[in-house]
Design a protein around this ligand. Structure first.
Ligand code: HEM
Length: 208
């Protein structure tokens, strides 16, 4: 029996597992840093450890992100993030309708996986947004916070540090929400474990 389409080559699986583990470290240490200044601090990790773990994980995340960008270009995996559909919005709505209604009626996936198109329209849109807007914003704001001397003292009368801090925290928060929804939608294959298995062995195992 054939193993199915080979959609997740080794470099993607390496990038992805590294990214996921680093994200979990960054979330736990980021929450610790966020609430460390309270009168009664909410401590998951001590302040000192949180700073050093957060900075180290962020440094590796940036290198890993560079690997993702280069790998996507060089191998052509970027094609899955682009869409040349003339019905982009309708496709998004169709996929959303599948998630909110049609899948509960046992209807088939509206956009079957092919070698040319491994993501459904909502995946394509959310992965593009997360990887090509969210991640750069998170990384650039993080670098500016690491080198605060690079920041203007004030932006429109408001502390430059405060604005960049807000951008960094908000982007981190939104990407964390993305991750939760992402993990949920990854359970919606033919079995809850099917898509996770794909990220382990590289093969698409579903029959759609
Ligand atoms: C514990 C955390 C995570 C789990 C369990 C997980 C799980 C998965 C699985 C099963 C897939 C393959 C199914 C699919 O194509 O959608 C996948 C793909 C993907 N995930 Fe995650 N993920 C996690 C965290 C993240 C994070 C933090 C990001 C980005 C910030 C991310 C971005 C992506 C992207 C871009 C793909 C598609 C990669 C490609 O084939 O080009 N994931 N993930």
């Amino acid at each position: 029996m054939s193993k199915g389409l080979y959609l997740y080559p080794k470099w993607i699986r390496f990038w992805h597992i590294t990214n996921a583990v680093l994200f979990l470290i960054l979330i736990v240490t980021g929450i610790s840093l966020q609430f460390s200044g309270l009168d009664e601090p909410f401590v998951l990790v001590s302040f000192k450890s949180a700073v050093s773990w957060h900075n180290t994980a962020a440094f590796i995340l940036v290198l890993n992100y560079v690997l993702f960008i280069i790998g996507n270009q060089v191998t052509g995996n970027i094609k899955h993030y682009r869409s040349n559909s003339t019905t982009y919005i309708q496709d998004l709505i169709r996929q959303a309708n599948y998630y909110r209604r049609d899948m509960f009626r046992g209807e088939p996936h509206p956009f079957p996986v092919t070698e040319e198109s491994k993501f459904n329209p909502l995946q394509r849109f959310s992965y593009l947004l997360a990887m090509y807007a969210g991640m750069p914003l998170l990384i650039i704001s993080g670098i500016l916070l690491f080198y605060p001397g690079m920041l203007p003292r004030e932006i429109f009368g408001v502390s430059g540090l405060l604005i960049i801090d807000l951008v960094h925290d908000a982007t981190g928060f939104l990407l964390s929400i993305f991750m939760v929804i992402h993990i949920y939608t990854c359970t919606l294959g033919s079995k809850p474990t099917t898509l996770f298995k794909s990220m382990v062995d590289g093969y698409h195992h579903d029959d759609h």
